[in-house]
Design a protein around this ligand. Structure first.
Ligand code: SAT
Ligand code: MN
Length: 615
């Protein structure tokens, strides 16, 4: 088993005494449930057991009341479609709050609210907010129940859709209560749709409230979400706990909660390597998590598509898990050509949200097939034909499905794995090469801190306007982003030299002068992974560039690939003027964090400028 252990109580910074519900076993949980029920006044309370019978009964009720539509079981067994309110279709960053005691601790990239003031405001809106509904108690585990890197929590919610989705995305039920009874620390999360029902009032298919709050209390490891039923706003184990709250716990306990996929690569020699990778949205993260290798003998298997937790082990290596149990993936763009593995994963037992409905009772979304069906019912429930001039599925429509259905799921995927490499990527038409290897951990942290995508096309010799998304964590870091960079540097210092993962930066999206992509991407990205593995194995040398180490001529295997020699040169070209302009943008970005930016990252920027100015 992995030489990595859960933090002991003594290692934890928040002592149980700060949390009036913790360390009292189930009595503490019951006290909290009773307090929330007194405030929100639900009609009834249901303690979820996580059993199949319970899942069946909740699903049956949801279909009966019209909040879920059962798809034709001939095409999509045990699968359902939910259509959200048109105003409740995505995370709401403007209403996402980090309520640390001190504003500077939340940092300039988060919305801060003073904790006691926001708590009072929330108590106001939560009062009576579950009237006419059932309050469900959903104990959940991130990571296998009792696992060395696992964290448990409880979500209270008045949304059956959230209960069913949490049952797919996490391990839920009685086994978690046993952990609470045994005194394991747990995270409190409270979710209300904010849609109380008056006596005799008919419900709607997707209850929610125009007023929304997604509030995080990092100091007490607590989340309160009000007014939304959608995705990360409502499935609180995901972004709220597994990233925002866990990032704070990780800071305090010496580990990292990251917005990363996790894969296993097996070489033709049968050696296994584990790689975690962070990409901002719309950069092909799910596709890489489920990559079908184009290279004979090379295999990629999936461990996770969205979140990776990593902790230094006693052996000086960095051990990682995917804390989730399912995928909450974007449907549009997922098709046979782009991600056959995902399409196969969705064969049944899937909750779809805001996709289009076919006349035969199956689902469709843009990109599933090349040609749309002649008639659909769109995500709003309206008739749709290909000439409608609007998408049939909402661009942020989703599938919720168990990881266990993924045909490329790695054997033993829920055990910790030792990381061999960490990859950072963005969507850059200019400047950033296909692949660069960091010279060391600090250089790699600089890669992560400077991830960006171009918002606009660049003029000659310049860079377009950049959307910065450091570590792809901009909306998900529960504390000051500059302190988070410092924490990354600190974690690196606890790893042994041989056990430290190599760090790479990739960019699949560089464009040539004619505006077309220089690299084919998708399955061919295996060639880049292959070079990384050869570097990890130390079987190939690398060439120096001002930006880091790049493949020596001939080492990136492009056999049989239709890439012109000048396209290959352009993929690695370094335009010094444009890079010096980008370095200035990076300095401006760092300056927004003031003196909290670690000196090591300022030094990385200075060293980059120095290398760019050399001959
Ligand atoms: O809705 S989620 O937050 O789970 C997904 C996303 O927006 O990144
Ligand atoms: Mn994500």
């Amino acid at each position: 088993s992995a030489p990595v252990a859960r933090a002991t109580r003594a290692e934890r910074v928040t002592p149980a005494a700060d949390n009036p519900y913790e360390g009292r076993g189930l009595a503490g949980l019951r006290a909290w449930v009773a307090e929330v029920a007194a405030l929100t006044t639900p009609d009834s309370i249901h303690w979820c057991t996580g059993s199949t019978a319970e899942n069946y009964e909740l699903t049956r009720q949801a279909v009966a009341d019209g909040s879920l539509l059962q798809l034709n079981p001939e095409w999509r067994p045990n699968s359902y479609l939910a259509r959200s309110a048109a105003s409740d279709v995505a995370r709401v960053e403007a209403r996402t709050f980090i309520c640390s005691a001190d504003e500077a601790e939340a940092g300039p990239t988060n919305n801060w609210r003073e904790p006691s003031a926001l708590r009072a405001e929330l108590e106001g809106v939560l009062a009576g907010s579950m009237r006419g509904r059932t309050l469900y108690v959903v104990p959940f585990s991130l990571g296998p129940v009792g696992g060395p890197l696992s964290l448990i929590g409880v979500q209270l919610t008045d949304s059956p859709y959230a209960v069913l989705s949490m049952g797919i995305m996490t391990r839920t039920g009685d086994r978690v209560l046993d952990q609470i009874a045994a005194g394991t620390p747990w995270v409190r999360t409270l979710h209300s749709l904010g849609a109380p029902l008056e006596e005799g009032q008919a419900d709607v298919a997707w209850p929610c409230n125009d007023d929304k709050y997604i509030a995080h209390f990092p100091d007490t490891r607590e989340v309160i979400s009000y007014g939304s039923g959608y995705g990360g706003n409502a499935l609180l184990a995901k972004k709220c706990v597994a990233l925002r709250i866990a990032s704070v716990i990780g800071r305090d306990e010496g580990w990292l909660a990251e917005h990363m996929l996790l894969i296993r690569i097996t070489s033709p020699e049968g050696n296994r390597y584990h790689v975690a990778a962070a990409f901002p949205s719309a950069c092909g993260k799910t596709n890489l998590a489920m990559l079908r290798s184009s290279r004979p003998g090379w295999r990629v298997e999936t461990l996770g598509d969205d979140i990776t937790w990593m902790k230094p082990g006693a052996d000086g290596r960095l051990w990682a898990i995917n804390p989730e149990a399912g995928f909450f993936g974007v449907a549009p763009g997922t098709g046979e050509a782009t991600n056959r593995t995902a399409v196969e994963t969705l064969w049944g037992n899937t909750i779809f949200t805001n996709v289009a409905l076919r006349d035969d009772g199956d689902v469709w979304w843009e990109g599933l097939t090349e040609t749309p069906p002649a008639h659909l019912v769109d995500w709003r429930g309206e008739h749709w034909t290909p000439d409608a001039g609007r998408p049939a599925a909402h661009p942020n429509s989703r599938f919720t499905v168990s990881a266990s259905q993924c045909p490329t799921l790695a054997e033993g995927w829920d055990e910790p794995v030792a990381l061999d490499a960490i990859v950072f990527g963005g969507r850059r038409a200019t400047n950033v090469p296909l692949v660069t290897e960091a010279s060391d951990w600090a250089n790699g942290v600089f890669f992560g801190a400077t991830i960006s995508s171009e918002k606009t096309a660049a003029a000659e010799g310049t860079v377009g306007e950049l959307r910065r998304d450091p570590f792809a964590m901009l909306p998900f870091c529960g504390y000051n982003m500059a302190d988070y960079w410092a924490h990354w540097l600190r974690v690196g210092r606890t790893l042994s030299p041989a056990g430290t993962p190599k760090i790479f930066q990739v960019n699949w999206f560089r464009k040539g002068e004619d505006g077309s992509f220089l690299w084919p991407g998708f399955g061919e990205n295996m060639r880049v992974l292959e070079w990384m593995v050869r570097r990890i194995e130390r079987s190939v040398p690398a060439a120096q560039s001002p930006l880091g180490l790049v493949p020596a001529p001939g080492d990136l295997n492009v056999d049989g690939l239709d890439v012109a020699p000048d396209a290959l040169a352009e993929l690695f070209a370094v335009d010094r003027e444009s890079w010096l302009a980008e370095a200035q943008l990076t300095e401006d970005f760092f300056d927004t964090f003031g003196t909290r930016v670690p000196a090591a990252l300022r030094a990385e920027l200075a060293a980059l400028r120095y290398r760019l100015r050399q001959a």
